[in-house]
Design a protein around this ligand. Structure first.
Ligand SMILES: O=P(O)(O)OC[C@@H](O)[C@@H](O)c1c[nH]c2ccccc12
Length: 274
């Protein structure tokens, strides 16, 4: 697998090329002209005892296998919204993930629910770019240099978006909180081997203050996993591959959403609270 440093270098090259076509000043103007972002923190914060679902559109899996069933991302995102997704995640990275900004534009034009841009953000330019193209949430990686991460979180929040800072370990979760994250995601996939270990969420969640919004991602296969993450304290579960591979994405999203609202969870959580 590619190292994080190689991914950062590749992201820098891709962004430099895009910035040479649309300079930062022009991107800032586009941000000013864009519709205001939705307050994602309010939209996603779970009502007591329920978990929100973010559904992802992408062209390859997390381990870079082709997802040819993805079809038209605009149509797919409408199915997600109709199924009750609280947010839609869009992958825009072109080299490894075959994503594109045009996918973000197409999804933004199709739905009103908050959109999360799932890309490796390495420069402030990308923060402006995501906002100019309609993003409400932006993924940032806790493996970045803390000073860079802090500046990117600050920039993301100052443009009205919510930074979702991804942590793979307790150490990274602590860095995320120390650098100003209000929302932390734990990816169950090992970043080096791609292997899924759902316990990773518990490790990350353990060190988060209760005010921080908790997102569980990676290898969620269906409603059972959503309920497990709910019991472990997730506010949001993010699902990609399983939905795209399902026969009926709208129905599958609806089943995940129903699992996140399951009365058994509310009873369990009320018991814990009392
Ligand atoms: O396709 P999967 O196995 O459901 O995984 C999606 C998700 O984990 C992945 O794309 C991702 C990893 N970290 C993220 C943070 C935010 C949004 C998305 C992600």
């Amino acid at each position: 697998m590619t190292s994080f440093e190689e991914m950062v270098a590749s992201a820098r090259a891709v962004v430099a090329e895009r910035e040479s076509r649309v300079p930062l000043e022009e991107m800032r103007d586009r941000v000013r002209e864009a519709d205001s972002p939705t307050n994602a923190l309010d939209a996603l914060r779970s009502r007591s005892g329920s978990v929100s679902v973010i559904a992802e559109v992408k062209r390859v899996t997390a381990t870079f296998a082709d997802l040819s069933g993805v079809g038209d991302v605009a149509v797919l995102s409408r199915f997600y919204a109709a199924g009750g997704a609280a947010g839609v995640s869009v992958v825009t990275e072109p080299v490894r993930s075959h994503g594109r900004l045009a996918d973000l534009d197409a999804v933004r034009a199709s739905i009103d629910v908050p959109i999360l841009v799932n890309d490796l953000v390495v420069t402030p330019y990308q923060v402006h770019e995501a906002r100019a193209h309609g993003a409400d949430l932006l993924l940032l990686d806790a493996r970045l240099e803390p000073l860079i991460l802090e500046a990117l979180i600050e920039r993301t929040h100052s443009l009205g978006m919510l930074a979702v800072v991804e942590a793979h370990s307790r150490r990274e979760a602590i860095t995320a909180v120390e650098t100003g994250a209000l929302c932390v995601s734990a990816d169950a996939r090992d970043p080096l081997t791609g292997l899924v270990d759902h316990c990773r969420f518990e490790q990350v969640a353990e060190v988060l203050p209760s005010s921080v919004l908790r997102v569980a991602t990676g290898g969620v296969a269906g409603p059972r996993d959503v309920m497990s993450y709910a019991r472990w304290g997730a506010d949001v579960v993010l699902v990609g591959e399983a939905i795209i591979r399902s026969q009926d994405p709208q129905q599958f999203v609806a089943e995940l959403v129903a699992a996140g609202n399951h009365p058994a969870l509310q009873n369990a959580m009320n018991r814990e609270a009392s």
